[in-house]
Write a protein that binds this ligand. Sequence first.
Ligand code: URA
Length: 209
Amino acid sequence: MDGVTLVDHPLIQHKLTLMRNKGTSTKQFRELLNEIGMLICYEITRDLPLEIVDIETPLAPMKAPSLEGKKLVFAPILRAGTAFLDGMLNLVPSARVAFIGLYRDPRTLQSVEYYFKAPEDIAERLVIVMDPMLATGNSAIAAVERLKKRGVSKLRLMCLLAAPEGLRRFRAHHPDVHVWTAAIDSHLNDHGYIVPGLGDAGDRMFGTK
Ligand code: URA
């Protein structure tokens, strides 16, 4: 699909299979999501611009590449998006974090915002929105809309699993926002769950029901 990158690295696919398995414990599920977050982050930041800076090694002066521009912002959608965060901050420790609290109304499947906290100068930065399950796409669409209202123009979306319906809806609303996902599953069921999917990611991360 146009504007979508499938991150099909064997390590990610193996870890995703462990996550899908209903026998996987809460602890293991959280650890796997954290590890996959780090691996997808590696791909999503592959084309970040570099600048050449002057440094001195113990042996000689040299011109060496260094990340250019303002620090990135990681924007997890609460709650499941936070599981990606530690792994991503391990890779990019200087990144800023914006939290976007959205819940899905179980009746309408629409997103309702209950929390938003972002760096003041977020509009000047590249923002990576994190939502492990792109199901209907409503939460990701709402989160990106909210960020665009704050003036953000450079945005990327990072998921773990996507439904084709959600991907199409997201891309139709935000054709300028590229999506990275580890898998595109078969379909959504009548309750808005991804099939075969992995169940409710938030519940499996935190042991709620
Ligand atoms: N959210 C989840 O956690 N799982 C789904 O399958 C869909 C939305």
